[in-house]
Ligand binder design. Structure first.
Ligand SMILES: Nc1ncnc2c1ncn2[C@@H]1O[C@H](COP(=O)(O)OP(=O)(O)OP(=O)(O)O)[C@@H](O)[C@H]1O
Ligand SMILES: [Mg+2]
Length: 472
């Protein structure tokens, strides 16, 4: 795609001159005689660089600059100005013009400016592609994971972060709900303002209310002076309501009012105060169920879930496990001064076989514990909690978890692989004594020999048919 330039000048001869010069330099060029016309041409087909005269009737160069920046933020604007008005050119630079030339100008000077403008555009485009590539890979903010389900989470976060929209985060325990809430705040344009959070579980009604809305002096025994609640201290920032599913019903009513009216009234007070707070709430409860049971208000639910981010469980995104393990291992190894410690391949297999009911938090705990218990350079199975190792054993005991996807499997090949692995392992365990290997596998010697032959695991010298039969 050719680089496109739009020239705006009320002087016909200058327009023609510029158009010829720009086309000769290899760019695409259109011209407009007025600011209004330029904006119409931009709307029809945006240019990469706009070269505009500063003094024009109607919309002047400054107006063109502002409009173009507002509607096409990636387009660069270059000003042409008469000598007498260079001060205006400086003002234009302050407003974000890329550069300016003073009439009568030198052609090479303008060419150089155009080259630089395009260089900047190309760099910006490359960075954008790079960012997209990167964001498509490993994670977002402090979140790690490249599975499709996490990409969906990042995508939603990116789209809502700079809006004041209320966000509800749902998901099992340990899936990263709090991490997402923090990332939404610290990636947003509210990041310079406070992030306040409160855990609504395990707190009596009166306490949550005075925490959220504040109280006035004398509102209750012990209220010795006025106290701002979290809503006020999070003004222009973010308030994270964790475990919202456990909030007492009367508090839910007050919260709903605060969200709807954007005003709060301290406990014991009479005056309401306006607040601008972005609410992010999280729960691992099924709120539909809570509503059916009469424990959660439906009206509040709909206020909260304007945007709902559903965190996938770890077992739904097992493809992220290697990346997450590596990330958590590095982080904790560094904290413990144990850089370079790795997970043994048996540990990695055990991780892949486990169902992770406690999700990423459980993985993180297992890795921390592994690091603490291992003294060598590898975390081994023996350093893992029993339930994770237990999962490996039970899957070896025939409780094999398999799933056949839409792409199908080669069953015979898979069975053969499994059979070969069992035979090899039994032979290892028996020190190569076949009779013992057969016993370990619960099959007859004849059956073992047949299977070894079938697998091409060959008969060694002295394993001749005769002796084999005798051996039995
Ligand atoms: N995608 C992720 N990338 C890296 N670390 C993660 C990720 N998800 C979770 N963690 C880590 O796992 C731990 C648990 O995460 P978090 O506290 O956000 O979970 P939660 O969903 O709020 O859990 P709960 O419902 O139990 O409160 C934290 O230490 C967090 O840093
Ligand atoms: Mg949490």
């Amino acid at each position: 795609m050719a680089d496109k330039i739009l020239v705006v000048d009320d002087d016909l001869s200058l327009r023609q001159f510029l158009s010829i010069m720009i086309k000769r330099a290899g760019y695409e060029c259109r011209t407009a005689s007025r600011g209004e016309e330029a904006l119409e041409l931009m709307a029809a087909d945006p240019a990469d660089v706009v070269v505009t005269d500063l003094n024009m009737d109607g919309l002047d160069g400054m107006d063109v600059l502002r409009r173009v920046h507002a509607d096409w933020p990636d387009t660069e604007v270059v000003m042409i100005t008469a000598y007498a008005t260079t001060e205006n050119a400086v003002a234009a630079m302050k407003e974000g013009a890329f550069d300016y030339v003073v009439k009568p100008f030198n052609v090479d000077e303008l060419k150089l400016i155009l080259e630089k403008a395009f260089e900047k555009r190309h760099l910006a485009r490359e960075n954008e592609t790079l960012r997209e590539l990167l964001s498509d890979r490993f994670g977002y903010a402090s979140l790690v994971g490249r599975s499709a389900s996490m990409q969906k989470v990042y995508d939603l976060m990116e789209r809502v972060k700079d809006t004041p929209i209320t966000v509800l985060i749902t998901g099992e325990s340990g899936t990263g709900k709090e991490l997402v809430a923090r990332a939404i705040h610290f990636e947003s344009d509210r990041r310079e303002r406070p992030f306040q959070s409160i855990n609504c579980g395990a707190m009596p009604e009166q306490l949550i209310e005075s925490e959220l809305f504040g109280y006035v002096k004398g509102a209750f025994t012990g209220a010795a002076k006025n106290h701002d609640g979290l809503f006020l201290s999070a003004d222009k920032g973010t308030l994270f309501l964790d475990e919202i599913g456990e909030m007492p019903l009367p508090t839910q009513v007050k919260l709903l009012r605060a969200i709807q009216e954007r005003k709060v009234k301290p406990v014991g007070g009479v005056h309401e105060q306006s607040v601008d707070v972005r609410i992010v709430a999280a729960t691992n409860r099924d709120l539909d169920e809570e509503i059916r049971e009469g424990r959660f208000r439906e009206d509040l639910y709909y206020r909260l879930k304007v945007i709902c981010i559903e965190m996938p469980s770890l077992r739904e995104r097992l493809e992220d496990l290697p990346l997450l393990s590596e990330h958590l291992l590095q982080r904790h190894a560094e904290q413990l001064g144990r850089e370079g410690v790795a997970l043994s391949s048996a540990v990695q297999r055990a991780f892949a076989d486990y169902l992770w009911p406690g999700n990423v938090r459980e993985l993180e705990n297992a890795i921390q514990r592994g690091l603490a218990l291992c003294s060598g350079v590898e975390v081994q199975l023996e350093h893992l909690p029993d339930e994770i190792v237990g999962a490996v054993q039970s899957s070896q005991e025939g409780d094999l978890r398999v799933s056949v996807g839409p792409e199908g499997v080669e069953m015979e090949d898979l069975l053969a692989t499994y059979e070969r692995a069992l035979l090899t392992s039994a032979l290892d365990a028996s020190g190569g004594v076949k009779k013992e290997a057969a016993r370990l596998l619960g099959i007859s010697f004849r059956s073992l020999r047949y299977r070894l032959q079938k697998m091409g695991m060959g008969l060694e010298p002295g394993d001749g048919d005769q002796s084999g039969l005798l051996d039995e």
